[in-house]
Write a protein that binds this ligand. Sequence first.
Ligand code: TXA
Ligand code: MG
Length: 358
Amino acid sequence: MEWIETSMRRVADGGQGMRQLRRSEEIQTAAAILKEGGLVAFPTETVYGLGAIATSADAVAGIYRAKGRPSDNPLIIHLGSVERVADWVKTVPPIAQVLAKRFWPGPLTMIFQHRGNLAANVTAGLPTVAVRVPDHPVAQALLLEVGIPVAAPSANRSGRPSPTEARHVWDDLHGKLAMILDGGPTGYGVESTVVDVTGEVPVLLRPGGVTLEQLREAVGAVEVDPGLTHEDVTPRSPGMKYRHYAPEGDLWLVREPWAEVKEALERAVKRHQAQGLRVGLLVTGEHKDLVAADLTVCCGWRRDPLSVAQQLYHALRTFDEKGMDVIFAETFPDEGLFRSVMNRLMKAAGGKILDLKR
Ligand code: TXA
Ligand code: MG
């Protein structure tokens, strides 16, 4: 298939008429490719998705192939409007209706019983399906134009940090998809929150753009899947059992407040450098000048959790680009958006905590 590279951002800077024409042309081309069974990457408000129509097993198989994704890890279907959800799921329970009203379109994915009218490999053979209505003008225009659900995981090679810019998609997947719609950097930077609404009480399966606090404020009780917090419990969301989001360098998390362990950190950096390793630091703006290493990547500000979420995956990718062998990362309290950031950092690090007592 012919490769088409586009830039929504560049187009958006142009004159009004041009922009309308170009944007709608791009959307139409992308929709046509999807309907023919091709793969298109598109921006959402969380991360970029790698889309295929969810009613064609062949098209969906292309997603698993391009990403190198394990076949037991089901996909999220994306719809352009909340009204269409009922066409693909058995029932929308009252609690899901409340959540939909409050958070859709937006960074929330809900798990429903499906009707059996999607390709079986979308759901990896499960009786349930993950559904989301994204809040991004490009994603919405595309989904409305396609008219049928689009299955889309994050548009990264399996195991890599999710893409928050079109360039990240290109780096991971060029040659393996037909088109990338460039909508500039994404708004949240972490994926959607996944909530199972098939039982009496909603269960959080993956923290993301919508916080646990916001969910509880909307519907009262929300349980947290024990698989998220206990290493010995298998997560209910298949994707959460894999090591993920990982840079190629060896990532270690620093539990202690950065400022309180300055000397110990300096010793740890030197110890690794003495072994010929290049050491990177993942820090917030508040701490960027505290400790010296081969590369310091500033990832937002502690006083602004959204800024940390937005920059996290780009920061992790930067360590690969600069060839860091070892990375030490600041950590965050388990609350609000930081809960999602910590979930991704723990996975990226494979749970490794740096021992500063050495
Ligand atoms: O923000 C997002 O959610 C992005 C954008 C592109 O929408 N998509 C995304 O997809 O993060 P992916 O495939 O990287 O993550 C989907 C997660 C996985 O952990 C998967 O196991 C889980 O949702 N999931 C999908 N279907 C499920 C099901 N039926 N039951 C439980 N978990 C499910
Ligand atoms: Mg993913």
